[in-house]
Design a protein around this ligand. Sequence first.
Ligand code: SF4
Length: 419
Amino acid sequence: MINQIVTNTARRQFALALNFEDGMAPDLPACTDEKQRLLYIHIPFCEELCPYCSFHRIRFEEGLTRKYFDALRREMALYREKGYRFSGVYVGGGTPTVLMDELSETLHLARKMFPVTSISVETNPNHLTDANIIMLQQAGVNRLSVGVQTFNDDLLKKLARYDKYGSGELIAERLRQTMGSFDTVNADMIFNFPEQTEQMLEADLAILLKLNMEQITFYPLMVSTLTQRLMKETLGDVNFRREKSFFKLILRRLESQHNSSSAWCFSRKKAAKSLIDEYVVDFDEYAGLGSGAIGFLNGVCYANTFDIEQYIANLTQGKLPLQASRKFDLPDQIRYDFLMKLFSTRLNVNDLEKKYDGRFFKTLWKEMVAFTLAGSFRYFSPNLHLTPHGRYLWVIMMREFFIAVNNFRDYCRKQAGLI
Ligand code: SF4
């Protein structure tokens, strides 16, 4: 019952939080401080469109993609002109490696413009070629995150990934060859697909353990309301009731060899602290560049236009392609920090009291009491730690957070006439 209460409450709260003010293009203020920020870059092109995917993505077309990368580099220059500096870069998609020469030029430029110390890039298994790996290394990439989802061939066929991205065996072999080429190679996995059985999940886990993967991110399936309806026709219904037992199985299998970098990310033991997919955990602020990218700067959440032609046109005219924004008031910011910091499985209470001038506990005391009574945390001064039960509650909350983001994306894509 507690899981259902958390699901419903989180769903309501996040839907409200992602209610953006549309209409007038928001203005981005100049930056006057030296805070550590992350540069998120979105590449919305894919060779195949997977039926469960709620991200902002369209089918790859070379001419449009080249114009898009050119616009992206102009956008980076506009942020630099406004005084923004970034220490980390995360390139997500879509499929960022869809045109390697363009990606490489963009990353080289980012390193020239900003004091970048870490770069993460997402990719698909078919792009794990020797030539691409060398180009990514030369562009300064430290962490490569590979979209695997599952090694099960029947599921891969149903997910429309088998023909383009390869069989489970081929994907495992490519991962094996890529490991050691970067500080971290991460396998992005999904659990709780319709038709996925416990045996299939066990088999995926056995392959990952045999590969001795440096990092594994195991997302619960999180699709927007619209995608859920579309997915029903191809893959079937999502059954959230199985999610907890699947998650427990993942914890049991991975715990012996891996530490938790977040509620659903596992990094191999003894590895130095590694970057993870959820840069929202490591960085309080990030700029979102590219069509449909979302940024969070100075307490304001910004979204770029989802209309790719419009995005290119704006930047050709030297204008930022911002479409909507939402200012988070102080209690919103405190709640957001609480959610994200505990997602990393621990939260330093003193740091947050200091950051919010003693208002952290005063604002969140009701939530703290409720989660304590539900057995979600343990307090070892000065940190709150998620218990195994709390960890699953955080999986639910983050799942609902990303579903709300996906619903917001669908809304914007509809406005842009893309769906
Ligand atoms: S899952 Fe990845 S490859 Fe498939 S459509 Fe979504 S972004 Fe593209």
